[in-house]
Design a protein around this ligand. Structure first.
Ligand code: CTP
Ligand code: ZN
Length: 157
């Protein structure tokens, strides 16, 4: 008999094998705040089978969009995305960081073209773009100003 620390869900998405400590970043990526309208369960620092710790986030009645999946791949490279329908896992996939990310992380360099402002004080229409040099540890280099981004998880758009 399987033991569940948190109740299984009927429908929705379970993001499992999140690197321990990253669940709160995942909640941010999913825009989960006090206005949330789906049931969300967060389990932090649970022992995973491989004798390591992990976090889990379960969001009922929701699936993730491609940008959210890319962001999760960057900050939680071991995560699996489980789609649940009628209590069954109908799809399981590992996240995979792309070689380049466009429009999901902002450059920290104030002089970068991607941070330039127009007269109307909106951003110039240059989407931030980074080369993913490594995932573990996460290293992103701006395509436009060539700077490596410190603390990329703090610069998610
Ligand atoms: N889960 C859930 N509700 C369900 C079914 C599964 O919350 N109705 C959760 C499980 O608790 C687990 C994740 O979804 O965290 C994946 O489920 P499953 O594939 O059954 O678990 P494992 O085989 O342990 O997954 P893995 O091999 O990916 O570790
Ligand atoms: Zn830049």
């Amino acid at each position: 008999m399987k033991e569940f620390k948190v109740q299984p869900i009927r429908n929705g998405t379970v993001i499992d094998h999140i690197d321990s400590g990253k669940a709160l970043d995942v909640l941010k990526i999913l825009n989960i705040d006090e206005t949330v309208k789906s049931t969300v369960s967060v389990i932090m620092h649970v022992q995973s089978a491989k004798n390591e710790y992990k976090d889990i986030v379960k969001v009922e009645d929701k699936e993730l969009n491609p940008k959210q999946l890319q962001k999760i791949a960057l900050i939680a490279p071991h995560a699996t995305i489980n789609i649940i329908r009628d209590y069954e896992v109908v799809k399981k996939s590992a996240v995979k960081a792309p070689e380049r990310v466009v429009g999901i992380v902002r450059c920290a360099n104030p002089n970068c073209i991607t941070n330039a402002r127009t007269e109307l004080d909106t951003y110039e229409p240059v989407e931030p773009e980074f080369i993913v040099e490594s995932v573990n540890p996460l290293k992103l280099r701006c395509v436009y100003c060539d700077r490596e981004l410190d603390d990329p998880e703090k610069h998610l758009i």
